[in-house]
Design a protein around this ligand. Structure first.
Ligand code: SF4
Ligand code: SF4
Length: 186
C-alpha cells in the first residue's frame, strides 16, 4: 500500500520543475534571510521556514505569512550557497495554500493572486484598476485617497489606460495559459 507523502515531500513534489537543489540540502546558513528585503515583515525568515518544512511542521508553515510577503525579487535564490530555489519555494507554497484553501479568510495575497490570473486570462495583460480593489480597502483613508489621486493623474496623463488593454491573438494565449494554470476555465 502506498504511504502518504510527508509535508516536506509534498513541497518537494510541487517544486519538481525548479532547477534548484532539494530543500534537504539547506545548511541553515541564513544568507537567504540576510539578503531578503522583506524579512522583517515575515512571521518566519526564509531560513527558518525551510527548517520548518524539513521538520514537517505543516500547520505552522501554512499559517505563516512568509510566502505571501515574498516579493519575488530572487535575491535569496541567486545567493544561496547550496543553489536552492527559495523564490520558487515561495511560489510553491502559495500554490499549495490556494489549492488546499489553507489561507485565512480575508487574506489579501490569495485574492490578489487569483484576481491577477483571471485578469491575465481575460485580456493577456495585467490591469491595475482591476487589481487595486483586492488590497486598496485595507489601507487607511489617507493612503486610499493618495492612491486614488495618483491613479486619476496617471489616467489623465495617458499613463494608465481607461479600458483594459488586450494583446493580439488572445485566443491562442488563453489556450496556452489554460493548459498550465488549473483555474477551471476562469
Ligand atoms: S541561503 Fe540556502 S543554504 Fe543558506 S539558509 Fe538559505 S536556503 Fe539554506
Ligand atoms: S525572493 Fe522572496 S524570500 Fe527571496 S529574498 Fe526576495 S522577497 Fe525574500
Amino acid at each position: 500500500m502506498a504511504t502518504k507523502p510527508s509535508f516536506s515531500e509534498e513541497v518537494s513534489n510541487l517544486m519538481h520543475a525548479s532547477h534548484g537543489n532539494p530543500l534537504k540540502t539547506c545548511v541553515q546558513c541564513g544568507t537567504c534571510s540576510g539578503t531578503c528585503p522583506v524579512a522583517e515583515f515575515m512571521d518566519h525568515t526564509p531560513r527558518c521556514l525551510i527548517g520548518m518544512i524539513n521538520a514537517n511542521l505543516k500547520e505552522e508553515v501554512l499559517e505563516s505569512n512568509t510566502f505571501w510577503y515574498c516579493a519575488s525579487c530572487f535575491h535569496c535564490t541567486v545567493r544561496c550557497p547550496k543553489e536552492i530555489d527559495i523564490a520558487g519555494l515561495m511560489y510553491s507554497l502559495k500554490r499549495y495554500s490556494i489549492w488546499k484553501h489553507t489561507y485565512p479568510e480575508g487574506a489579501i495575497g490569495p485574492v490578489f493572486s487569483e484576481t491577477f490570473v483571471k485578469s491575465i486570462l481575460r485580456s493577456g495583460r495585467s490591469y491595475e484598476p482591476v487589481l487595486a480593489p483586492t488590497y486598496i480597502f485595507s489601507y487607511g483613508v489617507r493612503e486610499f485617497l493618495n492612491e486614488a489621486h495618483t491613479a486619476t493623474n496617471l489616467m489623465l496623463k495617458g499613463r494608465l489606460p481607461v479600458l483594459p488593454p488586450r494583446i493580439k491573438r488572445l485566443e491562442n494565449f488563453k489556450k496556452m495559459a489554460n493548459k498550465i494554470i488549473p483555474m477551471g476555465g476562469a
